[in-house]
Design a protein. Structure first.
Length: 211
């Protein structure tokens, strides 16, 4: 988790994990979720420069698989080769069920577990102490009233965002906590920093260095 994506320290950051002997690294830039309120404001140009600098550090010594950079490279290769794009909303959706300590099942966003809403209740799709997980997932659309509002938000992103094919529409928890309890909002801090700025940063590096 990074709370201050400083491009001047991106190489130092990468080298630290190289020194640990890591083989794979996933990077999350701090998000607004639940009770967590990030201490810094998102400065888009800074985050773009961070991803560009991190890509440069990786390219100079590609001994670690950088999850985010790999996603961009795989996406770009699919576009350039005319292959079908694969992403979170391009095929059958994966509910990613999370089972809470009390047996409640929350889909798509584990970060919603433990929270309640006046309109949707506790966000669960049922409880494994009363019904099997296979049944809950087979009836997930009917059992999860907030999904309808979330899908409207995904459709809005699909219609209005040039980055949708790469992003896929974001996550319910980010929408909910950033849009005053609504799940049909569009752009969030997460998609700005971890999707849009990421894609722009890697592309900027490639264009600058001609690779």
């Amino acid at each position: 988790m990074i709370n201050d994506p400083d491009p001047t320290r991106a190489a130092e950051f990468y080298d630290f994990f190289v020194g640990l002997g890591c083989h794979s690294l996933g990077i999350n830039i701090e998000e607004r979720e639940g009770v967590n309120v990030p201490a810094y404001e998102v400065i888009h140009t800074q985050v773009v420069e961070f991803w560009a600098a991190l890509t440069a550090a990786w390219e100079a010594n590609p001994v670690i698989r950088l999850r985010e950079v790999s996603r961009v490279m795989e996406f770009a290769a699919a576009v350039l080769q005319g292959r079908p794009l694969s992403g979170p909303m391009t095929g059958p959706w994966d509910p990613l069920p999370t089972i809470a300590h009390d047996g409640g099942v929350v889909v798509l966003s584990p970060e919603l577990a433990g929270f309640t809403d006046q309109r949707f209740g506790d966000f669960t799709s049922g409880n494994v102490l009363r019904h099997g997980l296979d049944r809950l997932m087979g009836e997930v659309e009917r059992r999860t009233p907030w999904l309808t509002e979330f899908w409207r938000g995904v459709d809005a992103c699909r219609e209005g965002c040039a980055y949708f094919e790469f992003c896929g529409g974001g996550h319910p928890a980010n929408r909910y906590f950033e849009h005053e309890g609504r799940l049909d909002g569009t752009r969030t801090r997460y998609c700005t920093s971890a999707k849009i700025a990421l894609l722009e940063g890697v592309v900027k590096h490639v264009r600058t260095h001609g690779r």
